[in-house]
Design a protein around this ligand. Structure first.
Ligand code: GDP
Ligand code: CA
Length: 321
């Protein structure tokens, strides 16, 4: 079975690990979000691609959910001693090596998709990981700074990591998306898929950024295969992080049903909500999306695998309908 998954960082990566356990023979293609990408210290950093690669390749810091295991921070300390920041973005010594290799290959003229493939030669994630686009797309957030009252557009990482989403996001803009093209292999994978899954990733700045690349949303809608998503919102709040802040920016309430309606029946055929949100099933089905309530907390690998199995079961139900 050929499965395509649109993934952000932590939510996407943990779900993918479950999917591999639930469906060991599946041929899985991951379309990774690159809207979170940022240039730091002259290096190209792709946080979501790396989170997927390290998680599936066994190099992730498990507690944190991002970054490398057994990490040290000497390089960052040395840079800080020169007064060179930003200090708010965590880059460890082992992680730096990935960004150096990536930047070196990009400078030599390789597209990001080829670079990602080369990095995965080391990590062997067991999936085909393709960035959504080889073109530069960077999510920015419009905010009003509390001290000065100044309205500013800042990089998503500055909003998320430095400000911890402490001020309202007034708008979320995937800068460069309109001019971008899907990376080689993305549309082909969608066209050849048997099932397309939206893991419990951020609907705005992860899955939303991928869908903002012209051609990807249309290809999914026209693929003619089941498209099933899992809610990242449980009990009206994000399980981890601050997804509610960016949902508010696009006028979507923080609930499992509202996120399903936001994707819409033009895109989604099936949607899983957590058992605590069982009362949302009716509303989602009224929107023309088949819905089931099952446990959606990825507390361990087996729990994530059960979620993946439920998503595949719902996909077969949709196919048979
Ligand atoms: P990021 O790029 O690292 O922020 O990761 P993603 O976009 O892939 O995923 C972030 C989303 O995953 C957040 O909105 C969380 O609510 C959601 N999430 C994290 N862990 C879980 C979980 O165990 N269950 C569910 N349902 N959602 C989760
Ligand atoms: Ca991310």
């Amino acid at each position: 079975m050929r499965i395509v998954v649109l993934a952000g960082g932590i939510g996407g990566a943990r779900f993918l690990r479950g999917l591999q356990q639930a469906s060991p023979d599946a041929d899985i293609t991951v379309i990774g979000n690159t809207g979170d990408d940022i240039h730091l210290f002259g290096l190209k950093v792709c946080p979501d691609l790396d989170t997927v690669m390290y998680t599936l390749g066994g190099g992730i810091n498990e507690e944190q959910g991002w970054g490398r295991t057994d990490e040290t921070f000497h390089l960052k300390e040395e840079l800080a001693a020169y007064g060179v920041g930003p200090e708010w973005f965590g880059l460890g010594d082992r992680d730096f090596a990935t960004h150096i290799v990536r930047t070196q290959m990009l400078s030599a003229g390789f597209p990001l998709s080829a670079v990602t493939e080369a990095l995965c030669d080391r990590w062997k994630p067991g999936v085909r990981l393709i960035p959504m686009s080889d073109d530069r797309v960077e999510t920015h957030v419009a905010v009003t700074l509390p001290d000065s009252g100044e309205r500013k557009v800042i990089h998503f990482q500055e909003y998320w990591v430095r400000l911890r989403a402490s001020v309202p996001a007034e708008a979320v803009v995937p800068v460069g998306a309109e001019q971008s093209k899907p990376a080689p292999g993305v549309l082909e994978a969608i066209a050849e898929a048997d099932v397309i899954l939206f893991p419990p990733s951020n609907p705005v700045v992860s899955v939303g950024s991928i869908l903002a690349v012209p051609g990807i949303r249309e290809a999914i809608a026209e693929a003619g295969v089941p498209v099933v998503g899992l809610s990242p919102i449980v009990g009206d709040a994000p399980v981890r992080g601050m997804a509610d802040k960016v949902l508010a920016a696009v006028g979507v309430e923080s609930s499992a049903a509202a996120v399903a309606e936001h994707y819409g029946s033009g895109l989604l055929d099936g949607w899983l909500v957590d058992t605590v949100d069982a009362s949302a099933v009716e509303r989602v089905e009224a929107a023309g999306i088949r819905c089931r309530a099952v446990p959606l907390m990825m507390s361990d690998l087996d729990a994530a695998a059960r979620m993946a199995a439920e998503a595949l079961t719902l996909a077969e139900e949709v196919r048979g309908a």
